[in-house]
Design a protein around this ligand. Sequence first.
Ligand code: NAD
Ligand code: MG
Length: 396
Amino acid sequence: MRRVSVFGATGSIGESTFDLLMRQGGPERYRTIALTGGRNIARLAEMARALQAEIAVTAHDELLPDLRAALAGSGVTVAAGAAALLEVADRPADWVMSGIVGAAGLAPGFRALRHGGTLALANKESLVTAGPLLLAEAARHKARILPVDSEHSAIFQALAGEDITAVERIILTASGGALRDWPLERLQHATVAEALAHPNWSMGPRITIDSASMFNKALEVIETREYFGVAPEQVEVIIHPESIIHSMVGFRDGAIMAHLGVADMRHAIGYALNWPSREALPVARLDFAGLTRLSFRAPDDIRYPALRLAREVMALRGGAGAVFNAAKEIALDHFIAGGIGFADMAAVVEDTLAAQSRESGLGNAPGSLEDVLAIDHLARRIATGIAETLARRRAG
Ligand code: NAD
Ligand code: MG
């Protein structure tokens, strides 16, 4: 039986993964090693029972008694806390979903590579913060990383059987997020609820707001560069409000391979789960006759400073990706908490990059996971200071 683990099982990606595992045979087909989650103990316990998991872990120490109670008599072992999240990554599995949100997902996924199985990577932050290290670790253990981000799954599929040296350009499509048609002057006043109203995809709250600010696409540009090893200038972004084309690859003979489908993450997750074969998936089929149009427009750098910052990060490389991501996470926290405005998030990230570059330089490539976490830590401290100053100025 195939051994599987799902990190971040109670999230949006985790729910879709659970849905597919259950539909594709559940505990009769998969031996579930570990499921991890956060505060939604009832759901984590329900999933662990349904899949007869060996162990269920909550990220929060204080919730251990609740988890223990919820799983009493089930035969599922329970654990809690950051150390436990790493320990379960040490339990061998053939397929692991890296579905935790944020830099918190880096260490568990990194650790799981040691078993030489497949890491289905939804956690794009892993590649943004530690791309070269992650790929080297996978190579060392003959593990395989399969992309789960819909764009990267699309590109991966468009590249099947192709030679990467024949690739001229990779074109990432972006929905534009909830605020794409807002006048520029109004953006700074966007509320969290408004930024959360994604037109096409149902996702976790953080990535949904990142879609509206285009920070999600900025992370994905870097993710593309790291995962596929192409040059930064080969990666393009185009706004495609219908989200029917999930991304495209352009080859040197002028051909473009596009991946199309309805917006449902179960396609990309299922592809990574069943790879290298394709199994029937419960996603809606595209009805071409019912499509009114596919439209495209170039993203505007003034509206989306995140894309410009991603270019700067790729030029710097070294520790810049880790700083960029950490500062973005802190800026997002402050936006969600109401301290700073929507457009302030980019300012926090830009100022953090500049400050950390002055303080410690960003050009040196982190040599270990510990180095990445140290850079991440420092960036969070700097970004917090910048965000708090901005918040005070706004309040005062
Ligand atoms: P989510 O917020 O819905 O779920 C996050 C999961 O991680 C939950 O299980 C939560 O309990 C857990 N978690 C959160 N903080 C944690 C921490 N500090 N330590 C341990 N666990 C923690 O997020 P999501 O939308 O499912 O996104 C997960 C990842 O997948 C992100 O990296 C996101 O960018 C990526 N992704 C998501 C989608 C999508 O459709 N949701 C699409 C592409 C990529
Ligand atoms: Mg994506």
